[in-house]
Design a protein around this ligand. Structure first.
Ligand code: UGA
Length: 440
């Protein structure tokens, strides 16, 4: 199948590389010439485990190409995936400017049947708007009336990839969702995903769009739910790890996404929760449950800061070591990372921050000023009055804690991700605070 992916950001690039890997001929498009220059040389513009090797393999087999031209991609491909950004407006609503621009650019350049597939996360009913935009912008000769009609279909195919595990998720998905309004579109999408043996959910476009927003919002709800339980644990003397374990054995609940901590971040959950709240409001239904999910998430960061202020006492002029900056492990992505709010708040109170992250320091340098970046965890611990764990990288699981303790000025650890067992660190003589694990 000849496929074009428009937008070579996180979703677009991973999808493009993986579709090429399962046997399609893929051309990835981006309007950033620098990005295309790098990609053409085989250099991925994001960090994702396994992506670079797969990209090289597909390029070598001549199944993966890059271009800056939507015209070229539209000409070469029958199936066009839209994978451009859908950032938040001030109101929280998804800004669909880029989606509209792409729909128009594709339409203008269409000369034969195309299946246009939404891959970006979009609010319900966006498919209808894409269809309308394409129809209005087709070359005049194809706009019906006396002219020839040019057939096209629009479909929705939301992605469920997690950063850091995206290739594994693509190759072994829990399900593939396609929203279609014609048999032709359904058959093409079935053909594309044939090599991946999994359940395929076929529905209309609006439902497919809703599945994506509902899934991310539900996962965010699980996180805020367990964070609320953690708050109660800290007040009555429970251990949220045990509570989550006990709940998780119930198959109807499941253990995943019940990790309490400093809350969810990233480029998806905060944005999608906002957009879903807006969409619901516009539809006439106030989704109050989801509003509370968002509130709980913000409060978790403040709660962590209060804990630090309470136990460290005076923050001003204290040296604070930070382990982990990215919004979650195995990525260099700093978008909406809880570390940003936490570090900036501590800096405002006069703390000196020294931080280490295995991958995200390059991105973090663009965000923070006055943070001293360290080569490793030991550098971040050196001379620190306390150590914060803000991302649960595997690298931090097995540190030499005797050495860390020697390096630190005070043996005080605040674990915003519940990476450690308190007894484990207490045996080295640390005072340890996790989330939802305070003994009353
Ligand atoms: C999320 C979804 O998991 C993907 O299915 C979806 O495709 C993607 O958004 C998207 O819409 O593009 P991602 O943002 O990569 O993926 O990261 P997650 O692993 O879902 O984590 C999101 C945030 O929740 C992170 O900040 C993580 O630290 C936090 N989290 C996750 C918790 O605080 N507790 C948990 O138990 C799980």
């Amino acid at each position: 199948m000849n496929i074009a992916i428009i937008g070579s950001g996180y979703v677009g690039l991973v999808t493009g590389v993986c579709l090429a890997h399962i046997g399609h001929r893929v051309i990835c498009v981006d309007n950033d010439p620098e990005k295309i220059k790098k990609l053409k040389k085989g250099i991925p513009t994001i960090y994702e485990p396994g992506l670079e090797a797969l990209m090289h393999k597909c390029m070598k087999r001549r199944q993966l190409f890059f271009t800056g031209s939507i015209k070229e991609a539209t000409k070469k491909a029958t199936v066009i995936f839209i994978a451009v950004g859908t950032p938040s407006k001030k109101s929280g609503e998804a800004d669909l400017t880029y989606v509209e621009n792409v729909a128009r650019a594709v339409a203008i350049n269409m000369e034969s049947y195309k299946l246009i597939v939404e891959k970006s996360t979009v609010p319900a009913a966006t498919g209808k708007r894409i269809e309308h935009t394409v129809q209005l912008n087709l070359p005049k000769k194809y706009q019906g009336g006396k002219g020839r009609r040019l057939e096209f279909d629009v479909a929705s195919n939301p992605e469920f990839l997690r950063e850091g595990a995206a290739i594994e998720d693509f190759m072994h998905p829990d399900r593939i969702v396609i929203g279609v309004e014609s048999k032709r579109a359904e058959n093409i999408l079935r053909e594309i995903y044939k090599p991946l043996k999994t359940t395929m959910i076929v529905t209309n476009i609006n439902s497919a769009e809703l599945i994506k927003h509902a899934s991310n919002s539900f996962l965010a709800t699980k996180i805020s739910f367990i964070n609320s339980i953690a708050q109660i644990c800290d007040r009555v003397g429970g251990d949220v790890l045990k509570v989550a374990e006990g709940m998780g054995y119930d198959k109807r609940i499941g253990r995943s996404f019940l990790n309490a901590g400093i809350g969810f971040g990233g480029s998806c959950f905060p944005k999608d929760v906002d957009a879903f709240i807006r969409l619901s409001e516009q539809s006439g239904y106030p989704f109050n449950l989801l509003k509370e999910v968002r509130n709980v998430n913000c409060e978790q960061r403040e709660y962590f800061l209060k804990l630090i202020e309470d136990k460290l006492w005076i923050v001003k002029d204290k040296t604070i070591g930070v382990l982990g900056l990215s919004f979650k492990p195995n990525t260099d992505d700093m978008r909406n990372a809880p570390s940003v709010d936490i570090i900036k708040a501590l800096q405002q109170e006069g703390a000196k921050i020294q931080a280490h992250d295995p991958q995200a320091m390059g991105q973090a340098k663009k965000i923070f000023s006055g943070v001293h970046f360290c080569q490793d965890a030991y550098g971040a611990a050196k001379g620190a009055h306390c150590l914060l764990i803000l991302t649960e990288w595997d690298d931090f699981r097995h540190l030499k804690f005797t050495k860390i303790k020697q390096l630190m000025r005070q043996p005080l650890i605040f674990d915003g991700r519940n990476l450690y067992h308190d007894s484990h660190l207490e045996q080295y003589g640390f005072e340890y605070y996790g989330i939802g694990r305070i003994k009353v």
